[in-house]
Design a protein around this ligand. Structure first.
Ligand code: NDP
Ligand code: OXD
Length: 321
């Protein structure tokens, strides 16, 4: 029984989601356990005890009557939660240092880019214009991180050490040294009012869908040293109302945005985001999913689980993350 197969169901990714690459990595770390990359005509679905998945087709996981655990190969489980036929077994998400470090790099890079006026300075260079503007210290800026979980807490810690005044907003109450912690709907306005650079690292759930909208942007610090507040979204595209972002850039409710995620990915060629002068755009690569680190993480969880230990980072289906 202990050597039930691991089925890999991987769809819809780009470069680093090559299914063959994942199969090779899982073969290396799974010992003598069979790793089956689906579709696999030789596989008896009853032999599958574990599934490691990225964007499986809705209904695909119902094929395995003896499934014990589903491992999502990313941190965000919104695509899986949309599958109403998802088997009722523990669902584990990714929380590994490798992914966290990559996201922290992205957040720090973009906070510094806006803080240090990089878009303005590059434009000056292109125009051969020697025209420095006053550079505020990091301590003059409030960075507010929506989502103070695995990713948000790490980025907050590094930004704090760079000297920014960092706050975080979460669902439950938290206490973190040197971070102003806010939680719940009642504390959201106070969190926004002290924020010059807003970083979204929330999961997409029914409660967070569309939360980044005009009404919320209007509550950010109107006296920002940056002139107008900045939005950085590396959570999920459907957190944001994209028409509102464009309107808020046009009327200076927002000064600039960095967006890694979009409601429709790939972003359509005719989207205004591609060419808007105050949009810094990346193609959902803030934190690449590394097959080495994540196959090891899954294999270790299976070994621990089969030895009677608890699974880590199990999704609470009621909360949706
Ligand atoms: P976690 O589950 O560790 O953290 C989520 C945080 O969001 C928690 O602090 C949680 O609060 C908070 N939160 C959730 N719902 C609400 C709500 N309704 N109101 C207030 N706060 C809320 O997730 P991770 O940090 O690991 O990942 C966050 C997201 O980042 C993923 O879900 C994914 O969408 C995205 N992501 C994007 C990547 C990219 O390349 N662009 C790569 C990886 C992830 P509490 O602590 O109280 O539970
Ligand atoms: C994830 C992602 O959720 O890559 O891990 O977006």
């Amino acid at each position: 029984m202990s050597n039930g197969a691991l089925a890999l169901l991987i769809h819809g990714g780009t470069d680093n989601w090559s299914p063959q690459r994942w199969k090779m990595r899982f073969d290396e770390v799974c010992g003598d356990r069979r790793v089956a990359l689906l579709p696999d005509g030789d596989l008896d679905p009853a032999d599958v005890h574990y599934a490691a998945v990225w964007k499986p087709v809705p209904g695909e996981l119902t094929a395995f009557p003896n499934l014990r655990v589903i491992f999502n190969l990313g941190a965000g489980v919104d695509a899986l939660m949309a599958d109403t036929t998802l088997p009722d077994v523990p669902l584990v998400r990714v929380a590994v240092d490798d992914l966290t470090a990559r996201m922290t790099e992205y957040v720090v890079l973009h906070v510094l880019m806006h803080h240090r006026q990089e878009p303005y300075l590059r434009e000056s260079q292109r125009e051969k214009r020697w025209a420095p503007k006053y550079q505020w210290p990091a301590s003059a800026l409030g960075v507010g991180i929506m989502g103070l979980g695995t990713l948000g807490a790490d980025a907050a810690d590094v930004l704090k050490r760079l000297g920014f005044r960092v706050a975080g907003w979460s669902r439950s109450e938290k206490r973190i040294d040197g971070i102003d912690c806010f939680h719940g709907a009642v504390e959201l306005d106070a969190f926004l009012a002290r924020t010059d650079i807003l970083v979204a690292l929330l999961p997409l759930t029914p409660d967070t869908r569309g939360i980044l909208n005009h009404a919320l942007f209007a509550k950010l610090n109107r006296e920002s040293p940056l002139g107008a507040p900045v939005l950085i979204n590396a959570g999920r595209g459907s957190l944001q109302n994209e028409a509102d972002i464009l309107a808020c850039l046009d009327d200076d409710t927002l000064g600039a945005v960095s967006l890694d995620v979009f409601g429709q990915e790939p972003l359509p060629a005719d989207s205004r985001f591609w060419t808007h002068p105050r949009v810094v755009l990346t193609p959902h690569n803030a934190a690449d999913t590394d097959a080495d680190a994540i196959s090891r993480y899954v294999a270790e969880q299976i070994v621990r689980f089969e030895a009677g230990g608890a699974l880590q980072n199990v999704v609470d289906r009621g909360r949706g993350y």
